[in-house]
Design a protein around this ligand. Structure first.
Ligand SMILES: Nc1ncnc2c1ncn2[C@@H]1O[C@H](COP(=O)(O)OP(=O)(O)OP(=O)(O)O)[C@@H](O)[C@H]1O
Ligand SMILES: [Mg+2]
Length: 263
């Protein structure tokens, strides 16, 4: 097995158990931005709702092999990976993944299922291994999120800057601490990514400042502005970087990708 220090792949989990904070949008957009910069990218849909899969133009109903088979049946990840129109590859999800969560609960080593699948993929691909693997976590702190954090080098926390959005951040960080203690000593918190950001309001800025101070978290720049274009992209089966190239939100994700690369 390749040791994480020599791994050519950077695996990043995008997690927040709060729903609708733009986890999936961030994974799709950052994936497209990294691909634009010439990196090879694999996106992994870890949500039984399969929103990432849908938003990349793939109907989960048509998917034969998915992440569910990889995690519970030991299928080779390469057999389930699909190339998409956004120049990124996808390990898709289907609703069957909902069952994986309960199937895994009774399995020894369940925290490591994603890690070992990605390690065997990396080994099989050799020199062709992905530069980036982005994990789109479901809105919960269940088995799949813990397994994603176990597989990741870093975690990025999208956060909508509104009152009460800090509720849950503490809980997520507790989970990160547990993962560090038990399954992935090297997990790094890369920071919070402000999403659906309305910089015109002092309120959003105040909430953001408060959260980063309270939890001693880095804030990833720039914040992703609110834009109606984000709602349209998934229907087109492509990320906003393709559907609305010069949109401010698309541009912000490109800059965030540069920030991530600088690490
Ligand atoms: N910057 C933005 N401006 C406007 N709308 C956005 C923005 N980012 C995401 N959205 C919209 O917000 C909704 C939630 O986004 P998304 O599905 O990415 O969140 P999520 O955290 O993955 O949700 P879930 O927790 O359900 O998985 C979607 O309809 C998406 O199109
Ligand atoms: Mg999502």
């Amino acid at each position: 097995m390749t040791s994480p220090t020599t791994s050519p792949t950077t695996t990043l989990a995008v997690a927040n158990q709060k729903g609708g904070v733009a986890k999936t949008t961030s994974v799709a957009s950052l994936g497209a931005a990294l691909a634009e910069l010439g990196h090879s990218v694999l996106l992994v849909d870890l949500d039984p709702q399969a929103c990432l899969t849908f938003s990349l133009g793939i109907d989960p109903e048509d998917v034969e092999m998915s992440i569910h088979h990889v995690l519970t049946k030991g299928i080779d990840p390469a057999e389930a990976i699909i190339a998409t129109d956004d120049s990124v590859d996808l390990l898709p999800a289907t609703i069957e993944l909902a069952r994986a969560e309960s199937d895994l609960l009774t399995r020894t080593g369940r925290e490591h299922v994603i890690k070992s699948a990605l390690e065997s993929l990396e080994e099989d691909l050799g020199d062709e291994a992905y530069d980036w693997v982005l994990l789109d976590c479901p809105p919960s702190l269940g088995v799949l999120t813990v397994a994603a954090l176990t597989a990741a080098r870093g975690v990025l926390i999208p956060l909508q800057c509104e009152t009460l959005s800090h509720r849950g951040v503490g809980q997520l960080l507790d989970t990160v601490h547990d993962v560090r203690r038990f399954t992935n000593r090297k997990l790094e918190v890369w920071g919070v990514l402000p999403t659906l950001y309305d910089g015109r309001t002092n309120h959003a800025r105040a909430v953001l400042e408060n959260i980063s101070k309270t939890y001693e978290l880095d804030v990833i720049e720039p914040p992703i502005p609110k834009s109606i274009r984000f709602a349209e992209a998934p229907a087109a089966g492509q990320s906003i970087l393709r559907t609305s190239r010069s949109n401010k939100g698309a541009q912000a994700y490109r800059e965030v990708a540069q920030t991530l690369l600088a690490r």
